[in-house]
Design a protein around this ligand. Structure first.
Ligand code: GUN
Ligand code: ZN
Length: 432
């Protein structure tokens, strides 16, 4: 048996703080005890010290331990498209993204980028993610292999796209099905991995391919469905042109059995109340990707509207349209989007979105998302004095919410001193 203990400030969310006021559990002087990769105890040092026995305690003054962050929507092959200037979604896809994704036909390239991607996740304190690969089966194999070697809880899938995309970046209904089914068989529940059936979006899949995705989803109750929806006005117009008989974008996915409790839709910037209600009724989740939405000029997602209609919502970086791997930064970006709509996002709610809400959307909240005893010990040590400015500002905060907001606005990977995956040190700042 291995047992480790850390004394620091501790924070996790037990539920959505916007719905239940006691949902956030914080201990200014806390103790986290980890046993064989799982949380053995989380609470006040004064309450738990007696149970330590001969377990040595590492004191971490000035540090805040939180659960590892969960990125509910990210593209691993798009590391090298980050920070592309000047284009909106459809133009951005054709000019920057599709050419970059074509390179993933080469498995050595895919292997190399998968390592860079996972290094970036861990450096930013992200221990779980729902990730797009490319259309190439080998791209998914590269990411799964790399994540398995690091024992990460990661869900991914080969992209399905059989129309409206360049040569070299399309599959067919048949090859898409065969590759998806083979990948599900090979990787689902291997280590801590999971599979998501991943049609890119309605623009690049034929009706026949979307129907196939629905069939594979129905046949595999333990996999997710991951796609994009209602992100950008140009894209929405194109979906209306391609699917004139469907009453809206969501209806295309509904018609093919793709909207259920295991479905995660990135963006939903332009959904109306009625679409949000349909998503909520189906138990589907939305990944809010504020950095991407602003950089691509997609629009301002209404978290307030989604929450009012009861839609499960989490946070995604959407790298490479998004400009950062940091969920701390996404908390800040989400706040800015809210401000532009006249809705100031509560910092505790933002923290929930970056942790437990993501785990819930990905259906892994029985294992990660917070640090209740028995859960897998994926956690982050945040250094509240990582930069002179952060140190100065964090020293003058008067509440937990204020400290979290300072992190959301002023922090990034520099504040992530260490990242632990199942109790093992997976990243130490300055080492990568
Ligand atoms: N819609 C279809 N493909 C993509 C993509 O790669 N990124 C984003 N942000 N939206 C998409
Ligand atoms: Zn995306």
């Amino acid at each position: 048996m291995t047992r480790q203990a850390y004394r620091a400030a501790l924070l996790h969310a037990l539920d959505d703080p916007s719905r239940s006021p006691d949902a956030v559990d914080y201990h200014a002087d806390g103790l986290l005890i980890v046993e064989d990769g799982h949380v053995a105890a989380f609470g006040a040092y004064a309450d738990l010290a007696a149970s330590l026995g001969d377990t040595p305690v590492e004191p971490l003054p000035g540090r805040l331990i939180t659960p590892g962050f969960v990125d509910a929507h990210v593209h691993y092959p798009q590391v090298d498209v980050m920070a592309a200037w000047g284009a909106q979604l459809l133009d951005w896809l054709h000019t920057h993204t599709f050419p970059t994704e074509q390179a993933f036909a080469d498995s050595a390239h895919a292997d190399a980028v998968a390592q860079v991607f996972l290094d970036q996740l861990l450096a930013n304190g992200t221990t779980s993610a729902l990730a797009f690969c490319t259309v190439h089966k080998t791209s998914a194999e590269a990411l799964f292999e790399a994540a398995l070697a690091r024992n990460m809880r990661l869900i991914a899938g080969k992209v399905l796209m059989d129309v409206n995309a360049p040569d070299g970046l399309t599959d067919t209904v048949e090859t898409g099905r065969a590759d998806t089914e083979a990948l599900i068989r090979a990787w689902r529940n291997k280590g801590r991995l999971g599979y998501a059936i991943t049609p890119r979006f309605a623009v690049t899949s034929s009706d026949a391919q979307l129907a196939m995705a629905g069939e594979v989803l129905a046949a595999n109750p333990d996999v997710l469905l991951h796609t994009h929806m209602s992100e950008n006005t140009g894209e929405i117009a194109e979906v209306a042109r391609l699917f004139p008989r469907d009453r809206d974008y969501l209806a295309v996915y509904e018609r093919h059995g793709l909207v259920g409790p295991r479905s995660v839709f990135a963006h939903c910037v332009h959904c109306d109340d009625e679409a949000f209600r349909r998503l909520a009724k189906a138990g589907a989740s939305v990944a809010f990707c504020p950095s991407s939405n602003m950089l691509l000029g997609s629009g301002l997602f209404s978290l307030k509207q989604a929450c009012a209609q009861g839609v499960s919502t989490a946070l995604g970086t959407d790298v490479g349209a998004g400009g950062s791997f940091s969920l701390l930064q996404m908390m800040g970006e989400a706040y800015k989007v809210g401000q532009l709509r006249g809705d100031a996002l509560d910092p505790l709610h933002a923290f929930y979105l970056a942790t437990l809400a993501g785990a819930r959307a990905l259906h892994i909240d029985d294992k990660v998302g917070n640090l209740t005893p028995g859960k897998e010990a994926d956690f982050v040590v945040l250094d509240l004095a990582a930069t002179p400015l952060l140190a100065r500002r964090a020293a003058s905060t008067r509440s937990l919410a204020e400290t979290l907001f300072v992190l959301a606005v002023l922090a990034d990977d520099r504040a992530v001193e260490r990242t632990y995956v199942m109790g093992d040190l997976a990243h130490a700042r300055g080492s990568t």
